[in-house]
Design a protein around this ligand. Structure first.
Ligand SMILES: Nc1nc2c(ncn2[C@@H]2O[C@H](COP(=O)(O)OP(=O)(O)OP(=O)(O)O)[C@@H](O)[C@H]2O)c(=O)[nH]1
Length: 357
C-alpha cells in the first residue's frame, strides 16, 4: 500500500494508471484501522479514508477512487443516501460501491443494490475476500475507464480524419489562384447535373467566359497583375451567381464557366450580360485591349432541356462555339446558343445591341 488520505488532511495523490484506489467512508476509526492493516502490504493499492460522511462526495471527486467501501449506518447520514449521491454525480456514477454493513438481512441487501451498490459485505469481512473483491471491482472499473478513453480517442481521431478528408476534397476541387471550383470538379458536377436535368426534364444552362486580349494584358502589366485581374473576375462571378446549385469554375487559363441547373434560356442570357457588365465596371485599365480602355470578357452561353440521347460534351461544345462567335463578332459581348433558336440570329442580334449601346 502507498500514500493515504484523511478527510482532515485534504491531501491528494494522483493515481498511477493501474493503481487500485480504495476510499473507505465510515465513521468508525477502528474499522478504518482494521482495513488499513489488511491493505498495508498489498502492492498497487492506495487507501483513502473519510471519517465524515459530509465530506464523502468532495473526497470521492478529488481522489477518484477505483472502488468505494461505504458504511451503511453513520451519524446523521444514511449510507444508502450517499450511494444514491454517487450514482447521481457524473464524476462518481460509474465507481463501484461495496456496501459494508453489520446486517445480513436480505431486505437491507435488496435496498442497497436498488440504491446502486455493486456489492455487499458484512463487516468485517475476511481479508482474502475483501482484497479479492476490491481488486475485482477496481479492475473492472479501470478497464471500463480505459475502454471509454480509447473510444473517445478513436472518435477524436476519426473526426480529425474526416475533417482532413473534407479539407483535402475541398482543395482538390478548388482552383488555387481564384478559389473557384476547378476543371476536375466541373467535370464531376456537370455529369451529375446533366443526369438530373434529363430525369427532371428541367432546363440546364452553361456560360463560358473568356477574358479579352489577356495575353496583351500580361504583356503590358506583367504576369502578377494578370493573376490579380483573374482573381477580380472570379470575385465578381462569385457575387453574381449566388444560388447554391450554381457552380462557378475556372475552366483553365483565362477561361471561366458557370453551370446553372434549373435555369432556362432567357435568365441565362441576362445573367451573362450582367456578368459582362460587372467585369466592365471593375474598370481594370487595359491599354493593350482591342475593345476599349478596360479589361472585358466575352461570354458564350447555351441552355436546353436534355434528352437521354443528348451528351453534355456536345452541349459544352455549343457554349464554346457561342463564345468563339462572341470573340469573332468583336469581343466584350454575350452570344447565346439556344436549343430552339438559330445561333447566328442571336449572335447578330447581340452584336448590334452592343454596338449601338
Ligand atoms: N497572369 C496569368 N495569365 C494566364 C494564366 N493562365 C493563362 N494566362 C494567359 O492568358 C493568355 C491567354 O491568351 P490567348 O489565349 O491568346 O487569349 P487572349 O489574349 O485573351 O485573346 P482573346 O481570347 O482572343 O481575347 C496567355 O498569355 C496565358 O499565358 C494565369 O493563371 N495567370
Amino acid at each position: 500500500m502507498r500514500k493515504t488520505i484523511d478527510s482532515e488532511a485534504g491531501v491528494t495523490v494522483p493515481p498511477d494508471t493501474n493503481d487500485v484506489m480504495v476510499l473507505l467512508v465510515d465513521d468508525q476509526l477502528i474499522i478504518a484501522e482494521a482495513i488499513r492493516r489488511v491493505l498495508a502490504d498489498q502492492p498497487n493499492i492506495d487507501f483513502h479514508y473519510c471519517s465524515d460522511p459530509a465530506d464523502a462526495m468532495v473526497i470521492a471527486r478529488k481522489v477518484k477512487p477505483t472502488v468505494i467501501l461505504q458504511d451503511l449506518v453513520m451519524p446523521h447520514v444514511d449510507g444508502l443516501a450517499l450511494v444514491r449521491l454517487y450514482r447521481a454525480d457524473p464524476a462518481t456514477q460509474d465507481i463501484p460501491v461495496i456496501v459494508l454493513s453489520t446486517k445480513e438481512e436480505p431486505a437491507v441487501k435488496r435496498e442497497a443494490f436498488a440504491a446502486g451498490a455493486n456489492d455487499y459485505l458484512v463487516k468485517l469481512p475476511d481479508s482474502i475476500e475483501l482484497i479479492a473483491r476490491i481488486r475485482y471491482h477496481s479492475k473492472y472499473f479501470l478497464n471500463q475507464v480505459q475502454r471509454d478513453q480509447a473510444y473517445q480517442a478513436l472518435r477524436r481521431s476519426q473526426q480529425q480524419l474526416q475533417e482532413k478528408n473534407l479539407e483535402l476534397l475541398r482543395l482538390s476541387n478548388q482552383d488555387g489562384l481564384t478559389g473557384l471550383s476547378n476543371r476536375r470538379y466541373f467535370d464531376e458536377y456537370i455529369e451529375a447535373q446533366w443526369k438530373q436535368a434529363i430525369g427532371d426534364q428541367s432546363p440546364i444552362s452553361l456560360l463560358m467566359i473568356d477574358v479579352d486580349d489577356f495575353k496583351r494584358y500580361n504583356d503590358t502589366y506583367g504576369h502578377l497583375a494578370g493573376d490579380d485581374a483573374l482573381k477580380q473576375v472570379a470575385a465578381v462571378m462569385r457575387q453574381r451567381f449566388l444560388r447554391p446549385t450554381d457552380l462557378t469554375v475556372r475552366f483553365g487559363g483565362e477561361e471561366f464557366a458557370v453551370i446553372l441547373p434549373a435555369t432556362p434560356f432567357l435568365p441565362i442570357q441576362s445573367l451573362g450580360e450582367k456578368l459582362r457588365c460587372d467585369v466592365e465596371e471593375l474598370a481594370i485599365a487595359h491599354r493593350g485591349s482591342s475593345v476599349g480602355e478596360c479589361l472585358t470578357v466575352s461570354v458564350g452561353g447555351t441552355s436546353m432541356i436534355p434528352q437521354s440521347t443528348d451528351t453534355f460534351l456536345s452541349w459544352i461544345d455549343r457554349a464554346d462555339k457561342a463564345l468563339y462567335q462572341a470573340k469573332l463578332l468583336g469581343k466584350n459581348r454575350v452570344v447565346m446558343h439556344g436549343q430552339d433558336q438559330s445561333f447566328l440570329a442571336h449572335a447578330a442580334q447581340s452584336a448590334s445591341a452592343t454596338d449601338s449601346a
